[in-house]
Design a protein around this ligand. Sequence first.
Ligand code: HEC
Ligand code: HEC
Length: 244
Amino acid sequence: MQLWAKPWLLLLLVVLALPLPAGWVVAEEQPDAMTRGRDLFRKNCIVCHPSDVGGGHRNGPNLWGVVGRKVASSPVYPYSDALREWGREKRWDMAQLNPFLANPAQVVPGVRMGFKGIADAEERTALLTFLSTLAGSGASQAGSQNDRIMPLDWGGLPEGNGRKEVFFTCQACHSLMIVKQQRLSRRVWDETLRWMVSEKKMPEPPRETREKILDYLAGHFGETAPRVGMPVLPPLLPPPPPPP
Ligand code: HEC
Ligand code: HEC
């Protein structure tokens, strides 16, 4: 085929070679960054952070409406003092989020977020694009809106000294269900903690924290504790015959 014999084809090639107007490029790249950001969020964040209205909080606070919201501003989520102090008078705008997500522990020393950060700047941009979509109208209100719908339920752990420590320490790797369904003596809880450290890579908690956790577990999920919320099984034997 000879190109000059087909002027329309030549024209098409020329048009395709022209740079696209700026607006088109953005329109084309936007969904890509969004999808990439969403995948990064699913891969890195969602295990700890719910991101939907009504999704409550998990190990980390709910991130619905996080962009633009005041730092550590959920009234029901138990933030660390480190984050509260650092975040006084700050909002999660892009200028704060970007370095924080690159290296949380360096930006906020003592932050309780067990995540090393996302080093790749392009990945962070994609993630931030996605985070900024997590908002309805009145994004900065969204955090407290979410609290009204779904207060922190502590994963169903009963109130008591040590609850916070158990909530944060144990939920980092698995559901609290696995903990709540046990009924163990203090000695066996102690062994379980040792086993979590030696075999399951749980970081050894500071001594005081460990004591608190152990007291809480032995107190609320001890051998003789009732099985709250478990269906009571009917007796296996048929009822005795009625007296004659
Ligand atoms: C292992 C659990 C975990 C992972 C993974 C994690 N976070 Fe967090 N995140 C937390 C905890 C816990 C806090 C609260 C920190 C504190 O109180 O010191 C937090 C706090 C935050 C905050 C502050 C929220 C506020 O209300 O002020 C932001 C923003 C945040 N995380 C974003 C992210 C993003 C984005 C990712 C994924 C790239 C991520 N986190 C991954 C546990 C996690
Ligand atoms: C670093 C990760 C990690 C942490 C932190 C962690 N665990 Fe585990 N735990 C595991 C793994 C892995 C298993 C194996 C079960 C599974 O596959 O989910 C497990 C299983 C368990 C089981 C079930 C044992 C059985 O007989 O099936 C109990 C009980 C338990 N953990 C208690 C705790 C308690 C209590 C804490 C907090 C003090 C804790 N874990 C913290 C990783 C962890």
